[in-house]
Design a protein around this ligand. Structure first.
Ligand code: ADP
Ligand code: MG
Length: 319
């Protein structure tokens, strides 16, 4: 609608400007990781590890063995247009580095929670640095680390709601895009070792029965067709075969998901007097004085996770 009163032009809040501009530098997970990998290559790293949690949505880290960052740079490290790679316009013609605009770390600060751990060859210990959303250094402490740098970004796009939703919706696609990007860098960066890991835990449910603990896959998530190929049972930390436990886990999981088998990791903490591991030479077979009660309490815990009455439905309200 046409405003009745001619509007007044005002400057946008500085923080908002920073956030908007940052969103133009860092578009998605792969552009974020790309900036960090390029920084590691610029720092002369020969080993670059990319560690994601929940496909990068919760957190991603780039860990390198490059030259590290000198303490006199800590305060300005994540400030916009602060760089060690370019100072004057003519420098642009003789650039040999990937970066030169000093925008990556500052943008990542605006879009998520940024921490850096770094150590140069001149330091005997590393420093852990925390930055706020405007790129200012907000905390500093000593820590142990080899020479090099680790940059950690948590909750990327947490303050750009639309981008954050988009990130969540395309999480597998984003991951695929990142892997092919890393492949490209790995092919061209001679003598640099690349490792990428992704840790996920959202598909597992933790189980506690008295002092026994473990993880079981949720009903929507399983391990294909091979019975028991991803089931690990322990008694007091010792890997053992527990066929009856395996059978029970599979049976109850089946009531919720008949197409797959559950992933299961359980450590049963049992008084040593109540079990005997000395049954076979490989000590994988165990005798329990009261196996019945172990199975009984396990059944209770499993029913809690897998029984249909505990499956939650989302109902779309019709208005
Ligand atoms: P640019 O790469 O364009 O200089 P960045 O925001 O990506 O801007 O990084 C800012 C500065 O931080 C870099 O110029 C560099 O001096 C330092 N830096 C960033 N990452 C690393 C790293 N992994 N190892 C060593 N120095 C780094
Ligand atoms: Mg850079």
């Amino acid at each position: 609608a046409t405003p009745v009163v001619p509007p007044t032009i005002k400057p946008i809040n500085k923080g908002v400007v920073h956030r908007i501009c940052a969103g133009q530098v860092i578009l998605d997970l792969s552009s974020a990781v790309k900036e960090l990998v390029e920084n590691s290559l610029d720092a002369g790293a020969t080993s670059i590890e990319i560690a994601l949690k929940e496909y990068g949505e919760e957190c991603f880290q780039v860990i390198d063995n490059g030259c590290g960052i000198s303490p006199n740079n800590f305060k300005v490290l994540a400030l916009k247009h602060h760089t060690s790679k370019l100072a004057e316009f003519p420098d642009l013609q003789s650039l040999t580095t990937f970066g030169f605009r000093g925008e990556a770390l500052s943008s990542l600060c605006a879009l998520g929670d940024l921490t850096v751990e770094t150590r140069t060859k001149n330091e005997s210990v590393a420093t852990h640095l925390t930055f706020d959303h405007s790129g200012l250094l907000s905390a500093e402490r000593k820590t142990a680390r080899q020479i090099g740098t680790t940059v950690t970004v948590k909750k990327l796009f947490c303050n750009l709601p639309v981008r954050s939703k988009e990130f969540h919706r395309n999480i597998r696609k984003e991951y695929g895009k990142l892997i092919s990007l890393l492949n490209a860098y790995a092919l061209i960066a001679k003598g640099v070792r690349f490792v990428c890991t992704n840790t996920t835990g959202k598909n597992m449910k933790s189980v506690t029965i008295a002092r026994s603990t473990g993880y079981l896959s949720k009903s929507g998530y399983g391990s294909g067709r091979n019975l028991g190929d991803r089931q690990f049972f322990f008694v007091n930390g010792r890997p053992v075969d527990m066929p009856k436990v395996g059978k029970l886990v599979n049976e109850l999981y089946k009531s919720a998901n008949s197409r797959q088998y559950p992933i299961a990791i359980m450590n049963f903490v049992i008084p040593t007097v109540a079990c005997d591991v000395n049954v076979t030479p490989d000590k994988r077979k165990v005798f329990f004085s009261d196996e019945g009660s172990i199975l009984h309490s396990l059944r209770g815990a499993l029913e809690n996770i897998y029984s249909p009455s505990h499956v939650s439905y989302s109902v779309n309200k019709v208005e």
